[in-house]
Design a binder for this molecule. Structure first.
Ligand SMILES: Cc1cc2nc3c(=O)[nH]c(=O)nc-3n(C[C@H](O)[C@H](O)[C@H](O)COP(=O)(O)O)c2cc1C
Length: 318
């Protein structure tokens, strides 16, 4: 997610969910080719398996960017066909690509040819008021035939006029049944459903119909949900929030020693105690202290201790 899922965020999420597949924010193919790769493609080895999401619509550029991403160590290259922002539309990529299946197929083919990791696509159900199942299926088939074996379906339309990107994540109604039907009609494809999944039960219920569930906002705002899901789906011991966060200490200290500011890491931690007694105090300590000069791990420890003192942290039932 743009501006949210940077490498610090993904390292934290990996700690919470050892089995999840993590995704970068969308990076335009041109930026991958010409930009500051050390920054744009920053990735820690603990993040694996991690996918690089590309934006763009020029097959040659996407092919070159996919190769760079795979050579950089990303485990999957994903093409964004779901972003509705004006800037993205003006660049003729993102959600408006759902109207150009052949261009997406050509792009996927170029990416597949240039890299040796899976190439996947994240898309919507359609754009504007197009609710034609056959057109959606034709999009999927055209792109699948070019070498895409996995689709992440943000299960609502994108409205290209009149809605902000934020509204486009809330206003067009969710229709999970289309993702389910897609899996039913194309069982050979891996189908991952996305959009509005907010609880463990919701996420789990999707697995009866699809191969996976992708969580965006809920994972960011309530990251402990990722941990509960990982334990529920893959086994292992449920650890407390404090325990999990303390395991991040070596990473944080290493990053601080490299000159990274504490606030750049702690901004991703703020939701860890969401809904818990003391959750507000945790946020407050970190928000108020992390930007101060010299802020270090002791601030995080202080935030955990204050929070734990509220109730004595309990391990939630899975
Ligand atoms: C701040 C923000 C940035 C996002 N950036 C991206 C992005 O770069 N690429 C992408 O495919 N989706 C992006 N999305 C959309 C999410 O990946 C997801 O599809 C959408 O929020 C619906 O899922 P959710 O309800 O689980 O959040 C973004 C969402 C938010 C809130």
């Amino acid at each position: 997610m743009m501006d949210w899922t940077d490498t610090h965020c993904r390292v934290f999420h990996r700690l919470l969910a050892p089995h999840a597949r993590l995704y970068t924010e969308m990076v335009h193919a041109n930026a991958v080719i010409h930009g500051d790769r050390a920054r744009l493609l920053a990735m820690d080895p603990v993040e694996h398996p991690v996918a690089l999401q590309l934006g763009g619509s020029e097959p040659e550029l996407l092919g070159a960017a996919a190769k760079i991403g795979a050579d950089h160590g990303f485990d999957e290259i994903n093409l964004n066909c779901g972003c509705p922002s004006d800037r993205v539309q003006a660049g003729r990529f993102g959600a408006c690509l759902m109207r150009e299946p052949q261009l997406v197929a050509d792009s996927v083919a170029a990416m597949v040819e240039n890299c040796d990791v899976p190439v996947t696509v994240k898309c919507r159900l359609g754009v504007d008021d197009d609710h034609d199942w056959d057109r959606f299926l034709a999009f999927i088939d055209t792109v699948a035939n070019a070498g895409c074996g996995m689709f992440v379906i943000h299960a609502r339309n994108a409205w290209l006029q009149g809605l902000s990107p934020k509204e486009n994540r809330e206003v067009p109604p969710l229709r999970y049944d289309w993702a389910y039907r897609l899996k039913h009609e194309r069982p050979q494809l891996q189908i991952v459903v996305n959009g509005g999944i907010a609880t463990q039960d919701e996420a789990t219920s999707h697995l009866a119909h699809t191969d996976g569930a992708m969580l965006g906002r809920a994972a960011y705002h309530d990251p402990y949900l990722l941990h509960r899901l990982d334990v529920a789906w893959f086994g292992g011991e449920l650890r407390t929030r404090g325990e999990l966060l303390r395991a991040l200490r070596p990473y944080v200290e290493d990053q601080l020693a490299r000159g990274v500011y504490l606030k750049h890491i702690t901004r991703h931690l703020l939701g860890l105690f969401a809904g818990e007694r003391g959750g507000r105090a945790f946020r407050q300590v970190l928000s108020e202290g992390a930007h101060k000069p010299g802020a270090d791990w002791s601030l995080v420890e202080q935030a955990i201790e204050i929070t734990e003192s509220f109730a004595g942290e309990r391990v939630d039932a899975a």
